[in-house]
Design a protein around this ligand. Structure first.
Ligand SMILES: [Fe+2]
Length: 249
């Protein structure tokens, strides 16, 4: 069994809740699809947990933004990015600071095994391309091109909206699947959703468990009020980055 998490976004309350549930289920193998930092109030604590608990973590657009430069960010996200970078730079422990920068700068953009491909965003543009359910109607050629770029199973995050894309093209939310997708020979893109900032109007943390035969979608409530209060206490973080967590948008 493998747990796949993504888009933690510096939300320590959400991430520790998810890690405890993964441990409770006896799953020891965890991969993270990126965006460990950005938006939330505890980027370094989340990064340190990923470094110790996850087998691998991928480069997300917010990890990229903190290490290199923000690309296509709105002003709130950009400000959060510079605040996050300052947290890393202001750590007085020189050795730990260097370790964290080294980790961020060395994140891979893709994991490929015999069973699946995993990226932060899309198999075509692994750091930045959004795959939205609406694309099925508005951009069908995009789907053809994306499905050409992997063999059977592809795990993504990035949009913070969990679900399954089939080559049809079709999209199924976890709710429509009773939170379980049985694997077949059909190609599928699985969006694992977001641990730290869900955007499907369900404020609970999202992640998945992969077994030999199925993908299970898991949702977990966490102490969101604490995270909101932390965001509100940091001037550089827009209050909206807290309040949006309350209704999962
Ligand atoms: Fe993200």
């Amino acid at each position: 069994m493998l747990a796949i998490v993504s888009d933690i976004h510096g939300n320590l309350e959400a991430f520790t809740t998810v890690l405890a549930e993964i441990e409770r289920r006896g799953v020891t193998d965890i991969i993270c699809l990126g965006d460990v930092v950005g938006y939330g109030p505890n980027p370094m604590e989340c990064l340190d947990l990923v470094r110790t608990r996850c087998r691998a973590s991928l480069m997300g657009n917010h990890d990229f933004a903190v290490f290199y430069e923000p690309f296509n960010f709105n002003s709130g996200a950009e400000q959060a990015c510079y605040w996050t970078r300052a947290q890393f730079e202001n750590d007085p422990d020189v050795a730990r600071r260097a370790e964290r920068w080294k980790h961020l700068g060395n994140l891979p953009v893709r994991i490929k095994t015999g069973e699946y491909v995993a990226v932060h965003a899309s198999p075509r543009r692994p750091i930045n391309e959004y795959i939205f359910p609406d694309d099925i109607y508005t951009n069908p050629t995009k789907f053809v091109s994306i499905f050409e770029r992997f063999e059977r199973l592809c795990f993504v995050g990035h949009t913070h909206v969990p679900g399954v894309f089939l080559e049809g093209p079709d999209f199924y939310s976890p709710d429509e699947l009773d939170y379980r997708f049985e694997l077949t020979d059909e190609k599928a893109i699985i969006n694992v959703g977001s641990v730290g900032q869900p955007r499907d109007r369900d404020p609970r943390s999202s992640f998945v468990i992969l077994t030999d035969t199925a993908v299970e979608f898991v949702r977990l409530p966490y102490d969101v009020e604490t995270t909101v209060r932390k965001v509100e206490a940091i001037d550089e973080l827009d209050n909206f980055l807290g309040t949006r967590l309350l209704d999962g948008r």
